[in-house]
Design a protein around this ligand. Structure first.
Ligand SMILES: [Zn+2]
Length: 265
């Protein structure tokens, strides 16, 4: 099949799928979502259960409590903010949970269903509630903005253009969704390697995360300070968090600019 024909086939296939055009809370950005919330949540819960079955929950009671308290406070503040602003549907299907696991890895992640996991290694940097709120807000933002679904959707269209048109539609769709999800959220595997988000998603998660910090009463200036701290730490040792959340001066500058221009929330 010629390239233009493949593209036509891709568009036809996309039209077949339940294409929905989402709008990201806070930024208003439009996004293409080819998978339903229920598909994403089911995959997410399955992958999270696999991860937790191999992980060891932290024995550090104080740090565990701090992670849970910050998460609970941020979710409560976000829910009340969205309800007040007529966007209560934005958190539909999300089932938040906050865990601290025993691992020296400097890492944290959030499943698309709202399951947030901190590794003990990141607590070296996230050693105050404000710093925890930076990581928490950023991770929550990936879930709220449906970055996982969007990334899978973009990838499935790319696959479609690059290969046989039938693969992502019809009965194979479930298997394809599973496959794409596993590539993006391979947290069940020992390596715990997560595919990095795109720069656009990272910037958006920084901004939304900072907004949630503000709504919940945390110091938003802790956000750029945290990333600077992480970058300093990177020279001292390996940070897995930075490999999935690439950080640099540009990103920190964008975050500072977002703070400067932040609307009253
Ligand atoms: Zn991120």
């Amino acid at each position: 099949m010629g390239k233009s024909l493949k593209i036509v086939a891709a568009f036809a296939a996309v039209a077949f799928m339940a294409v929905s055009c989402g709008v990201v809370s806070f930024t208003g950005r439009k996004q293409m979502l080819l998978f339903s919330d229920s598909e994403i949540m089911a995959l997410s819960d399955q992958s999270y259960a696999e991860f937790m079955s191999t992980a060891t929950v932290s024995k550090d009671a104080a740090a565990t409590k701090m992670v849970r308290e910050v998460g609970t406070k941020m979710v409560a503040a976000l829910e009340s903010y969205l309800n007040k602003n007529g966007q209560s549907g934005a958190l539909k299907g999300l089932n938040w949970e906050f865990k601290l696991v025993n691992s020296d890895q400097v890492n944290a992640f959030c499943m698309p269903s709202g399951k947030i996991v901190f590794y003990e290694g990141i607590m070296k940097y996230a050693d105050t509630p404000d710093y925890i709120a930076v990581v928490m807000g950023h991770e929550m933002a990936h879930a709220i903005a449906k970055h996982g679904n969007e990334r899978m959707s973009q990838q499935s269209v790319m696959n479609l253009i690059g290969s046989a048109a039938g693969e992502i539609i019809g009965e194979k769709k479930g298997a394809v969704a599973q496959n794409l999800f596993n590539i993006g959220f391979a947290v069940g595997s020992q390596a715990g390697v997560l595919l990095p988000y795109s720069r656009k998603h990272e910037y958006e998660a920084d901004k939304i995360g900072m907004y949630i910090m503000d709504i919940a009463g945390y110091d938003v200036n802790a956000a750029p300070a945290f990333w600077e701290k992480m970058m300093d730490g990177k020279t001292a040792g390996k940070s897995d968090f930075l490999s999935t959340h690439p950080s640099d001066e540009k990103r920190i500058a964008a975050l500072k600019e977002a703070i400067r221009t932040k609307p009253e929330l």
